[in-house]
Design a protein around this ligand. Structure first.
Ligand code: ZN
Length: 327
């Protein structure tokens, strides 16, 4: 079974986004941050999935997608905590409806109601609701809810610990995933995402998080940001900073996905990173749409790159058929 560990509902019915706009307008006007939600029919949801994610999944030969709300519009920096809480619940409930309509194909991962300066403990209840109540198997954790200004503490800071304790208790992983950028220096998917992936890894290297949480698991998406390409730099920094070797210090707890969108990048990823730390992912329909003129195939048809790897089939099955902690 081929499981895509990284899919977003980027094609949600328009009424969902209309509600979000109404919510933001209400917030600005000092009104209710949780206005009445529109009726969206099962057929509308079915249509948005069948024409997009499900069609592509079948065309490309994968079986299942671990599915979360659109990441770029989590926008934790917008509004305040009440706005984030209400928006997050609406987004997660919509994912639950997709999962219920296509239970063989989609598994839910939740957005979190983070907000800049608000303790992460305020996101614990929504995580618990989604995992124990809705059957979701993980969350997208934003290491920078400010949207590109990095005003909060690093992931290794004790301020995050109440949330990590809950992840461990529920035995679910978090994907490190920022949202939109409100810093004009950082394009969201081209710079902010990749910066955050790289930053999270370096924070794990500098800190001792996995000594305190030996069973905590993170997926660093987008191929691990710049990390695999600079693997020698990080191994060298671990040595210089008197940290244990990365294999034991970080890589028992961290997994990278395959969303790098070209063959040489996948070749490098698999050459540098142990196959047990790589999860199949495509982030579709997502960050880079369109056809690669050099290959004639969509950039985000990541299975094609895995298929072309000169590695044993058993290793390919590991990379695309497993997710940390679950079979
Ligand atoms: Zn993503």
């Amino acid at each position: 079974m081929i499981i895509d560990c990284h899919g977003h509902y980027t094609t949600a019915p328009a009424a969902h986004d209309v509600w979000r706009n109404a919510q933001m307008a209400a917030f600005k006007a000092g009104g209710d941050p949780d206005p009445a939600y529109p009726a969206i029919s099962d057929d509308e949801i079915r249509d948005t999935i069948e024409r997009n994610q499900l069609r592509l999944l079948r065309d490309r030969g994968a079986d299942m997608t671990i599915f979360s709300p659109r990441a770029s519009t989590m926008a934790h920096h917008v509004g305040n905590e009440d706005v984030s809480q209400a928006w997050t619940r609406r987004c997660n409930d919509l994912i639950k409806r997709v999962v219920d309509l296509f239970p063989e194909t989609f598994v839910g991962v939740c957005q979190l109601p983070q907000s800049p300066g608000v303790p992460i403990s305020h996101s614990v209840a929504e995580l618990e609701r989604c995992v124990t109540g809705l059957g979701f198997i993980g969350c997208n954790l934003n290491p920078d809810p400010s949207g590109g200004h990095w005003s909060g503490p690093p992931l290794t800071d004790r301020a995050w610990y109440p949330f990590f304790e809950k992840l461990v208790e529920l035995d679910v992983p978090a994907m490190v995933h920022v949202s939109g950028s409100c810093n004009v220096n950082f394009h969201a998917t081209g710079a902010h995402y990749i910066n955050a992936d790289t930053t999270a890894f370096m924070q794990f290297l500098e800190g001792d998080l996995f000594r305190d949480f030996p069973t905590l698991r993170f997926i660093i998406p987008h191929g691990g940001g710049a990390v695999p390409y600079h693997w020698g730099r990080y191994r060298g920094l671990a040595d210089m900073l008197k940290r244990p070797p990365l294999a034991e210090h970080v890589m028992r707890n961290v997994f990278f996905d395959t969303c790098v969108y070209h063959q040489p990048g996948i070749d490098l990823l698999f050459r540098v990173i142990d196959v047990d730390n790589i999860l199949f992912g495509s982030e579709m329909v997502g960050a880079v749409r369109g056809i690669d003129p050099e290959t004639g195939f969509p950039f985000d048809d990541t299975k094609r790159y895995i298929d072309a790897l000169p590695i044993p089939d058993a290793d390919k099955r590991k990379g695309r058929g497993s997710k940390p902690g679950h079979t």
